[in-house]
Design a protein around this ligand. Structure first.
Ligand SMILES: [Zn+2]
Length: 255
């Protein structure tokens, strides 16, 4: 049951179709891990916090850099050199004191991935490194945890909702997109700030729909946007590969 303060805080959201009190309680009971905070993750974390997600885990080991502030709107100029997730925790607590924030100031790797992801109901991919994205996908698929993927390159971004048992994993997605040369990309892409902002908003929207079980989530669709062309593209029917070791053998634990 929501408290009188929560009823007031979320009253506009509660009146949206499909977002009643039961949906709000699901958000309040949910645990979301935001992996990577230097771009879309910073935007998504704020939207999840103000929307009432009960617990947000932050995974990032970087420090705030002046050169990143054009796309990292959780941080400010006077915080350069300081821990990014410590700053993010202060900001999120300020935005919504109801939101519990858990910090994981380290890098995702093959040794810690399962332990890090297991306590969460949903993973939000704000990682810079494509190999870490694949590791997060493999682990989330193995653990039966939905993951909202985001990739940003320059003025373009893409968002894909990976729901185990209902959609392809990232390896299948990249195979179908003909992007299997990711291992050669050893530097983070240079990104346009508004692309990160739009991607993070779209990721938060997908995450809230999945957690609250409202609206429609396109589990076999990839959404792409080009800020220069100002056009959305939707790539449909991105199902799992028959020979994929991860896809198709899991069932969605949220169903
Ligand atoms: Zn797959």
């Amino acid at each position: 049951m929501l408290t009188p303060e929560q009823l007031e805080r979320y009253q506009n959201q509660l009146s949206l179709p499909g977002m009643g009190e039961q949906a709000q309680i699901k958000l309040s009971n949910s645990r979301v891990l935001v992996a990577g905070l230097s771009g879309s993750g910073a935007i998504a974390a704020q939207l999840l916090a103000v929307s009432g997600v009960g617990t947000i885990g932050l995974l990032d080991d970087s420090v705030i850099a002046l050169a990143d502030l054009h796309r990292d709107i959780l941080s400010s100029s006077d915080e350069t050199g300081k821990s990014r997730i410590e700053s993010a925790k202060r900001r999120l607590n300020h935005l919504n004191p109801d939101c519990m924030v858990e910090l994981h100031e380290l890098q995702l790797d093959a040794h810690n991935a399962e332990e890090l992801l297991t306590p969460y109901h949903l993973i939000l991919d704000g990682l810079d490194d494509w190999q870490k994205k694949l590791l997060a996908s493999d682990t989330a698929m193995h653990l039966n945890i939905p993951m909202i993927h985001c990739g940003i390159t320059g003025f373009q971004f893409q968002v894909f909702s990976m729901v185990p048992g209902r959609s392809a994993c990232l390896r299948c997605l990249f195979h179908q997109l003909g992007r299997e040369d990711l291992s050669r990309q050893d530097k983070p892409a240079i990104n346009f700030g508004p692309a990160a902002t739009m991607a993070g908003s779209l990721q938060a929207s997908e995450a809230l729909h999945i957690i609250a079980e409202s609206g429609v989530t396109g589990c076999d669709e990839l959404i792409q946007f080009d800020c220069l062309r100002r056009e959305f593209y939707t790539v449909r029917e991105l199902g799992p590969r028959a020979d994929c070791p991860d896809c198709g053998r899991t069932t969605n634990r949220n169903q």
